[in-house]
Write a protein that binds this ligand. Sequence first.
Ligand code: AGP
Length: 613
Amino acid sequence: MCGIVGYIGPRDATPIILNGLQRLEYRGYDSAGIAVMQKGEIAIRRDVGKLGNLVRLVGEEPLNGRIGIGHTRWATHGVPSSRNAHPHISASGRTVVVHNGIVENFRELRAELEAEGIQFASDTDTETIVHLVQREIDAGCDVTEATRRTAHRLRGAHAIVVLSADQPDRLVAVRIGNAGGVALGIGDQEMFIASDIPAILEHTRRMVFLESRQMVTLTCDAYQVQTLDGAMVDAELHNIPWDPVSAARGEYKHFMQKEIHEQARALTDTLRGRVDFQHGRIELGDLTISPEEAKRLKRIVTVACGTSAYSGLVGKFMIEELTRIPVEVDYGSEYRYRDPILDSDCAVLAITQSGETVDTLAAMEEARNKGARLWSIVNAIGSQAMRLSDGFITMQAGPEIGVASTKAFTSSIADQYLLALYLAQQRGTLTSEEMIAHLQDLARLPDLVGQVLEREKVVEELAAQLYHYTDFLYLGRGINYPIALEGALKLKEISYIHAEGYPAGEMKHGPIALIDEHMPVLAITLKDSVYDKMLSQVEQAKSRGGIVIALATDGDELIRQKADHVIYVPETPPLLSPLISVIPLQLLAYHIAVWRGADVDQPRNLAKSVTVE
Ligand code: AGP
């Protein structure tokens, strides 16, 4: 996960920035860099590997200045190297940029800039940003306006900080979508900026958080927040409490809410270092599968529990469609006791956030004893599941504190999508054009997730109308059937409301008897191949007096006439739609639980890591 730190004030910026970057080290990175204004010019130091390398470099070639920016990078476009590390500098050497996110349209932008004669010094998408900003400054814009105009050219989700020698008394930062936060720290005649609170918490507790599509210009004694359209914003000043737990929660009321909002960032990080967008290739690092092995594979068995098992059900659709390898999904708790049929042409894939779930571990042991290959998708680094596996993919969700799993769910689904593409690549079943198209779909996701999160208010208002009901039914079909299961699980575990997830086609075989005016029915009715079928389920529920909440695709007017409430989400390629459709359901469960006064982060009877049978 990339980290950003910036400083402007009377003190030496270098130690403040390096120290801040150190506090973000837990996020993981592969290179680091810093730029400060030194004697009227921008001076940069960058190095690959751990921060210690950069600190050593700065020791050998010191940097002194009162304003600067620093960055820890986790590679997306371009290998980890000092030339690809941030900050990136314009050709004239007058402007530098650090950036978190993916510039989805970087190919077009790069081609446009190269056609104007600009030579790129790195392989990154970020470098396009600094050249665009410099071009606007050269055309007469001040740095704020240049950054704004540049931001309007970028597709995707971003956090950006700009420093220009042409206005060396200020920093400009932008946030678009959820590629990580932008926290502004207000000190006494000094200002700080960071992608995450811990980086600057030792200097100030007074903070402002940028919302999506906002930008800020800061000098050492003032800051001005605006929208990207130029409207002034009276941004709320937060006093971050001293207690470390509340500090870590930052601007959010609960960890669960924070973690729901971290999903765009987590998805961006999932792609980092694994996806080569330029050549349409994937490497999974700690999971290598040779082409021969991939071709020999006859079956994949996914074992997991709870939310992780539902993630596996979504992954089944992805892996089967992209590789044509059959996938079975089983609960760890069942699998361990059913003498499963396995051999060396089978791979068992364990999905576990904690890596310590005893039923999943037992299923893995069972698979190991039967001679299957053992893979895992795990969030907790160094956990038992990771150690047991022949190969693993680490989720890039970051620590998940809320007992109800949210960001680990979407991260593990994205990991399965990458696994599916990787298997297809190794089996040679996708052309590189097809691969690039799939990867581009994936690259759009963080932005789409950000768009859904921006609609939280709609879901919050709906929660206020629904929280007093005692039973809910969640319906979905196809790849969104597991999302109905997950939506129902989220609701029951944190609000203690009885909720059931059902494949919509099964309604007529029993559950339809439950429907009456006391039963809200949440129907995932996206514009996909099962849309018409879902529409008829909505009609059936309505005609029996049910209260229908439809999760629908933007622009679907028909559904408005059929359902009592509609939650719209942006159109998404069908195979990736669960990553979008689950978010309103997480938010709905969260806000209903808040309305009911439940202990959202630590629901009764549940543990984050289930280490007993
Ligand atoms: C999710 O919200 C639950 N708390 C629970 O179902 C969880 O997903 C399950 O216990 C599996 O945990 P794991 O991913 O750590 O193995």
